[in-house]
Write a protein that binds this ligand. Structure first.
Ligand SMILES: [Zn+2]
Length: 503
């Protein structure tokens, strides 16, 4: 397929309008999407937001961009009240360990490992592509400490008996992303849960929490403790993608305070625009109701896709994927079993179309290509829809129409028509991920991108060492080790090997 001079346009929460994606480096896209806190099974609402990230990744690649896609795992520091304000409540990981479900885990590290493994399994089941890098917050504590130190030195942060806080009054653009700019208005909602009376302003948020009793703690210049949730993402985004990136994404619940705080601390550190585009996915409801365990309408991905003998409903994961894509990411989404049933039927038609194409390849009937042109038009329609602010309902409609067209030719489909049909199914799958699980195929090509990134970092480290910048050289070695890469100095120079994968 020729590389199209395609413009990818997407809504930017910071400017409140649909804008073309305009990469810092032309042709490259640096993309960070906030991953989950791994204290439980991810639910379908979490996955709707991860799916938007997957579709940004797929669409940008189809538009010819070379994408570096980072999505993290938060395994420390996210408190139960962080979503309302900061910093209060219990650590979500600790709370999970102390719950009934937590009894099966030997310790908190075991719990984090288990839910990370489950996350990646669900990720693959729903045919989400593997990111270029999936860093864990606990692998980047040293960089977080050093970012906090820099903020203290530059006067953007201050210390109390309980921790280090970012001083919001030092960052004029605080509130620009979310529209929460009024300190007086914010204060009453926060007053009740703020636990540190040495905080200078109720809006100030924690960068580091002093806590020598916490189950996960690290030694810092301020004693034992653990990092604030917001600083984790800033540091991971900057260490893999650089100080200025193109798109930062997440669920709408992350706009405030998480992303607002990420912008404040990152831009105070670098003086640069942290992310050009901010993309947020709206909430999901089930059958018109807020999803909650008490209402009995709470669904994890596993509840839907696991086989019945394992307590699930045994639903085709790609039908779940199609359902989550059937509403636009920027509108509140109502997940219904009626839509799910319709998508199970659509998926069966996709399977029939693939079987028909395979049969035609065996039969090899002669005849003109009847499908090439109309399918090409439908492919352009689907691609055009995705480039236009991820219009998934329109892209899915085009895909469903294409399958109907293939099936309308019937069993007598000739070889040239079936070749066009086969190409079309592959292209639609690359763009939307709804035809078949393609994980293995993509993983191989990602592996080479990963290799390139490693080589680049090794070269950077070599240069840092030759200019005697050993701090930088060590920081690069740490980043590589967080990526699961071990370096060995040999007579032929530095060689690297991959130690392990997250899964
Ligand atoms: Zn984040």
């Amino acid at each position: 397929m020729p590389v199209l001079a395609a413009t990818f346009r997407i809504f930017n929460t910071r400017t409140r309008q649909v804008e073309p994606v305009d990469p810092v480096t032309p042709g490259k896209l640096r993309f960070y999407s906030c991953g989950p806190t791994v204290y439980s099974y991810a639910h379908i609402g979490n996955f709707r937001s991860f799916l938007s990230a997957d579709l940004i990744y797929r669409t940008a690649r189809a538009a010819g961009l070379d994408v570096s896609y980072v999505t993290n795992v938060t395994d420390v520091g996210h408190l139960t009240l962080d979503d309302l304000s900061d910093p209060a409540g219990e650590d979500r990981m600790v709370k999970a360990l102390n719950s009934k479900e937590g009894e099966q885990f030997a310790n908190i590290w075991d719990l984090a490992r288990y839910y990370t493994k489950v996350l990646i399994e669900d990720w693959k089941s729903l045919n989400l592509l593997e990111p270029t890098v999936r860093p864990r917050a606990t692998d980047h504590i040293r960089e977080q400490i050093s970012a906090v130190q820099q903020l203290l030195e530059s006067g953007h942060a201050y210390e109390t008996d309980k921790g280090i806080y970012f001083d919001v009054s030092k960052f004029a653009a605080y509130g620009e992303l979310s529209g929460n700019t009024d300190a007086v208005e914010l204060a009453p909602t926060e007053r009740n849960i703020v636990t540190d009376d040495q905080k200078r302003d109720s809006r100030d948020f924690a960068l580091w929490k002093k806590d020598s009793a916490h189950l996960m703690q690290w030694y810092s210049p301020w004693g034992w403790g653990f990092p604030g949730w917001h600083i984790e993402c800033s540091v991971m985004s900057m260490s893999y993608l650089g100080e200025e990136i193109d798109i930062h994404a997440g669920g709408e619940d992350l706009i405030f305070p998480h992303h607002e705080c990420e912008i404040a601390q990152s831009e105070s550190l670098t003086g640069k625009t942290f992310a050009r585009h901010w993309v947020h996915t709206r909430f999901l409801q089930v059958e018109g109701q807020k999803m909650s365990k008490r209402a009995g309408n709470f669904y994890t991905v596993r509840d839907l896709i696991s086989p019945q003998e394992e307590g699930g409903r045994g639903i085709d994961p790609l039908a779940v994927r199609m359902t989550l894509m059937s509403g636009h990411y920027r509108k509140p989404f109502n997940f219904t079993f009626e839509t799910l049933k319709a998508n199970i039927r659509h998926r069966q038609r996709f399977e029939e179309a693939m079987a028909q194409v395979q049969l035609a390849q065996k039969q090899a009937l002669a005849g003109p290509d009847e499908l090439g042109k109309p399918l090409a038009r439908l492919r352009e329609r689907a691609f055009g829809a995705m480039l236009d602010d991820l219009n998934t309902p329109e892209a899915l409609a085009a895909a469903i129409e294409g399958v109907k067209l293939i099936l309308s030719v019937g069993k007598t489909i000739n070889a040239s028509s079936s070749a066009s049909a086969s190409d079309w199914l592959k292209t639609i799958n690359r763009l939307l991920g709804i035809v078949s699980a393609e994980y293995e195929e993509i993983k191989r090509s990602e592996a080479s991108d990963f290799g390139k990134k490693v080589e680049l970092l090794i070269e950077e480290r070599k240069q840092a060492r030759s200019s005697r910048d050993f701090t930088r050289a060590d920081a690069i070695r740490d980043s590589l080790s967080a990526m699961g890469i071990a370096l060995m100095d040999t007579p032929e120079g530095v060689v690297w090997k991959r130690l392990s994968n997250l899964d």
